[in-house]
Design a protein around this ligand. Structure first.
Ligand SMILES: Cc1cc2nc3c(=O)[nH]c(=O)nc-3n(C[C@H](O)[C@H](O)[C@H](O)COP(=O)(O)OP(=O)(O)OC[C@H]3O[C@@H](n4cnc5c(N)ncnc54)[C@H](O)[C@@H]3O)c2cc1C
Length: 520
């Protein structure tokens, strides 16, 4: 037998063995961290105060020391979902410890107070069981509520409710002088306004109070096929006033699937069947949707299919496949039904396990790999989509509309776009200029940063950011309130600015424009 064939068989067997080993650990770890069978449902205010006191002591000892180093959280970077990681070695690290519980569910007030380390997947499991949910639920189970507020958060209900931070009614924050403050519309409003998207550069969030809405049992999901970006955007626009959830996936320049969702309590069998999309043997959600696209293309004159998806499974529909990133970890098996029957129960891979394994090799092996979201006004979306098709050719593309408002954190929304739809286009994969050609991602990211700057758009700050400080301050509005709040609240000495924390320059990544132009 050819040596190559033997080697390939050997590598495949090794890979399956490794998958079984890690998958087994993962199943147990997921159960312990998301279901938490050995700990209670919440901690209550007394225990919460004890935890905050411990953090406060650390901040006080920084304040009483030489203050030469700036502060950041001590959370290991491999635990973070964000792609761009801060090098924390030069920082004074504050351990937020086990601030990861529900503090209080107040059904009368329709609010839930949670600690910042709580994963969104754990929170939805608790709330949905009690018949409640949050207005905006980001999909990946392992995103923490603190990271989503200090970072960014947007989801398929954002065309109704705005960004994740807009569901917060009150924030408890530990300031650099050791003071614990409550901020909301009524008190410390300047802080409440500056905390979203501040990347931990104002203070340490210790609790967040969210408004809750009533949960129902299912999401009635209405799948619509269309074959141009213009029609896809038209569908999104028309559906935005009628549906609770909207999301699109573009599989190519001619294949778009738009999903409209509404919460319902019962399945209407005359309209469609129940589909438990996250059951262990089911393919990743985007692959199930792709099969629906094919069915809709076959049907020709009927461009609609309806399914009923259990609510919790809908919320975390992209967790198992990490959108479509899992196909890069499992290139041979990700689309195999037999593989899913045998090993589907091992998904989703917990971010702690993924981070621990993939982080050391990510920067070395994946120079050309791209994970980034660009958000532009609805009227500029077709232009962005076509530009990305030409320059990146990464498919699928995630499409998610969000409504803007004046309280959208640091987003510098021009007046003419206030209360309008912006569309998030997410690109996760290898850019291919020509088929098979792999390019360095940096010049391409730079190209789209400039595109966003010219077109009133934004890029996700959770991934690489190559902008100069001036460009950064043009894209995001940190000038009108953030710098002022930092100065007035003595944050300058305690924390770097957002730019100095997350930009490529701050992380010593290459940012050479001339090189970028040559390669683009
Ligand atoms: C694969 C992938 C999928 C994603 N999917 C989604 C999605 O579905 N929806 C969505 O909205 N976004 C998504 N994102 C983006 C994501 O929202 C951001 O990366 C988010 O900030 C990550 O949260 P985290 O819990 O990992 O926080 P971290 O990355 O650990 O933290 C983010 C920032 O918040 C700060 N921070 C954290 N806790 C505190 C605290 N208690 N006090 C002060 N500062 C704090 C940290 O210092 C850091 O600067 C995705 C990103 C990736 C890479």
């Amino acid at each position: 037998m050819d040596n190559n064939i033997v080697l390939n068989i050997f590598l495949t067997i090794m890979k399956i063995c490794l998958h079984i080993f890690l998958g087994g650990i993962n199943v147990i770890y997921n159960y312990i961290t998301l279901e938490r069978p050995f700990t209670g449902q919440g901690c209550g205010w007394v225990e919460h105060k004890i935890k905050v006191d411990k953090v406060q002591k650390q901040v006080n000892s920084w304040a009483g020391g030489d203050r030469k180093r700036k502060m950041c959280t001590a959370r290991p970077v491999w635990k973070s979902v964000s792609v761009s990681k801060t090098n924390k070695s030069g920082y004074y690290q504050i351990d937020l410890g086990n601030l990861n519980d529900v503090v209080e569910i107040n059904e009368e007030e329709m609010t839930v107070t949670v600690e910042p380390g709580m994963c969104i997947g754990r929170l939805t499991r608790i709330l949905v069981k009690k018949g409640w949910t949050l207005p905006v639920v980001p999909e990946i189970d392992y995103l923490t509520v603190g990271g989503l507020i200090a970072g960014a958060g947007l989801e398929s209900s954002s065309h109704n409710y705005g960004l994740f931070c807009q569901c917060v009614v009150e924030t408890e924050i530990l300031m650099p002088n050791g003071e614990v403050l409550t901020c909301s519309r009524e008190q410390n409003f300047d802080l409440a306004n500056a905390i979203p998207h501040s990347y931990g550069t104002i203070g340490f969030i210790t609790a967040l109070k969210f408004k809750m809405i009533r949960a129902k049992k299912y999401v009635e999901l209405d799948y619509r096929f269309t074959n141009t970006i213009e029609d896809a955007l038209k569908l999104i626009n028309e559906g935005s006033s009628r549906h609770e959830f909207i999301e699109g996936i573009a599989y190519s320049k001619e294949k778009f699937l738009i999903m409209f969702g509404n919460m319902v309590d019962t399945v209407d069998p005359t309209k469609g069947r129940e589909n438990p999309i996250n059951r262990w043997y089911k393919k990743f959600f985007y692959l199930q949707v792709e099969e629906i696209v094919e069915k809709l293309i076959e049907k020709r004159n009927n461009n609609q299919i309806i399914e009923y998806v259990p609510l919790l499974q809908y919320y975390h529909r992209h967790s198992r496949g990490m959108f479509w990133l899992e196909r890069y970890a499992n290139p041979f098996f990700y689309n195999s039904q037999i593989f899913m029957w045998l090993f589907g129960c091992t998904f989703p891979f917990h971010i702690d396990i993924l981070g621990l394994i993939s982080r050391p090799i990510y920067d070395v092996l994946y120079q050309s790999f791209m994970i980034q979201d660009f958000v532009v006004p609805e009227e500029k979306t077709a232009k962005l989509f076509n530009e990305a098709d030409k320059m990146l050719n990464i498919y699928p593309v995630w499409m998610c509309p969000a409504r803007t408002s004046e309280t959208g954190g640091c987003f510098n929304i021009p007046e003419k776009y206030l209360n309008c739809l912006y569309i998030d286009l997410g690109f996760y994969g290898y850019p291919k200029k020509n088929k098979g050609d792999k390019l360095n991602r940096k010049p391409l990211l730079r190209h789209f940063e400039k595109f966003c700057l010219k077109n009133n758009g934004y890029q996700g700050l959770y991934a690489d950011c190559y902008m100069s400080k001036e460009e950064f301050e043009t894209m995001f509005d940190f000038k009108s309130f953030y710098y002022k709040v930092r100065k007035e609240r003595n944050c300058d000495e305690a924390f770097p600015t957002v730019y100095d924390k997350i930009s490529a320059k701050a992380r010593n990544l290459e940012s050479d424009d001339d090189m970028n132009h040559k390669q683009c």
